[in-house]
Every structure is written in C-alpha cells, then in structure tokens.
Write a protein that binds this ligand. Structure first.
Ligand code: HEM
Length: 190
C-alpha cells in the first residue's frame, strides 16, 4: 500500500482504509442503541475514552499546529449526558502521554471523524426520548460539527511533513482505547 497522498489517495482515505477494521470491530462492540441500557453503556464507554484524550489535547500548541482551527470537544457534554440519565462515569482510565504533531492528526482524525457516525446515533438516541438538552447533548454537538470536520480534512491534506504511518498508528490506538472502554463498561456493570 502506498502511504503517500496522491490525488486519488488522500491522507483521509489512507487513514480510513487503515482503520476500517478497527472501526468495524468497534461498531460491533458498541452494538445497537435500541434501549436506554445500551445507550447508558455507550455514554459511559465514550466518556471513559474521550475524557483522557481531550485532556491530553489541551497541552498542544494549537495556534502553531492548527492555526485558528479547534476540535469539537465533547467530554463535558458526555459528562452532563451521564448526569441527565442518572449514570456514573467510569473510573478515569490511564492518562494519555504527550503526542507529536503526526500523532495529534491521527487522534483528531478519529475524534472528529466520529461525528459522521454520530448523526446516525443521534437519531437512535432521539427515538429513546433523548435530546440536545437532555442525555444526547454530545451527539447534538457532534452532529452540528460538520464544518469542523471539513476544516480538519483541509488541514490534514495540506499539513507539511506529516508522517502518515505515525498518524495511522495513533488513530488505531484511539480505536483500541475506545474498545477497551466499552468492555470496561461491561465489567463495571457485571
Ligand atoms: C455503533 C457505533 C457507530 C456507528 C454505527 C458508526 C457509524 C459510522 C458511519 C456510518 C460512518 C460514515 C459516515 C459517512 O461517511 O457519512 C462513520 C464514520 C466514522 N466513524 Fe463511526 N460509528 C460508530 C462509532 C464510532 C466511534 C465510537 C468512533 C470513534 C472512536 C468512530 C469513528 C469514526 C470515524 C473516524 C469515521 C470517519 C471515517 C472516514 O474517514 O470516513 N465511530 N461511522
């Protein structure tokens, strides 16, 4: 596989194909959000993996790395959603270490890209009676974040000297952390 972006093989498509298996596995682990119980499990798993990543992002030099662009941060909304449905967050998982620029692109690809799937999940949540102001705040925020995703894609394709392999490996580490958090939610329930 060529890891060099060309007109037909963007960095985004390389990241997508190199993480496709992890995304499919994660979708299986998350499963359908057809009940309040499955939705609460989803909230706990999401919060447990996002909160440490979002807090690690806070140490990046944003203006130097990303100019005016800023990511959609949803850990606080996830925390509030948990409060709405009367569920406790999972115990904090290990903090994420520092990330270099290529790693940050990989991490942000997963955190921002997940807003694409969030549109579907928001519909599922609404069927369970959850809204932008109760229980599904983070999904409403993500579903509204399309411009942020577009802005990220532009930065991803134009960033100079990006190490695509490092970005892919950071992206897959995020998917792995997400999977472990959902499994942890199951253990905590047991
Ligand atoms: C059951 C749960 C999930 C479902 C059903 C789902 C579904 C989807 C769908 C349908 C897309 C493509 C949307 C489009 O092209 O318009 C997508 C994209 C994506 N999702 Fe998920 N997703 C789920 C969970 C997650 C989670 C938890 C993460 C992050 C940890 C995630 C990360 C991503 C990423 C990075 C993309 C962008 C892929 C690309 O480059 O096109 N997804 N998801």
């Amino acid at each position: 596989m060529t890891m060099t972006p060309t007109e037909n093989c963007s960095r985004r498509s390389a990241l997508r194909s190199e993480t496709a298996k992890q995304h499919a596995d994660l979708e299986t682990v998350v499963g359908a959000l057809g009940s309040r119980a499955s939705y609460v499990r989803y909230l706990r798993g999401m919060h447990a993996f996002r909160a440490p990543y979002e807090s690690a992002l806070s140490s990046l030099d944003w203006p130097a790395l990303f100019g005016d662009w800023r990511p959609t941060l949803i850990a606080q909304s996830l925390h509030d959603d948990l409060g709405d449905v009367g569920a406790a967050p999972l115990e904090a998982v290990r903090p994420i270490g520092g990330m270099d620029r290529s790693g940050a692109f990989g991490v942000l690809y997963v955190l921002e890209g997940s807003s694409l799937g969030a549109r579907l999940l928001y519909r599922d949540a609404q069927k369970l009676g959850l809204t932008a102001t109760f229980g599904a705040r983070h999904l409403a925020q993500q579903a509204a974040g399309f411009e942020t995703w577009r802005g990220f894609q532009a930065l991803l394709e134009t960033a100079e000297g990006l190490e695509l392999r490092a970005a892919v490996s950071a992206a897959n580490a995020v998917f792995e952390a997400a999977k472990l958090s959902f499994l942890k939610a199951d253990d905590d329930e047991a």
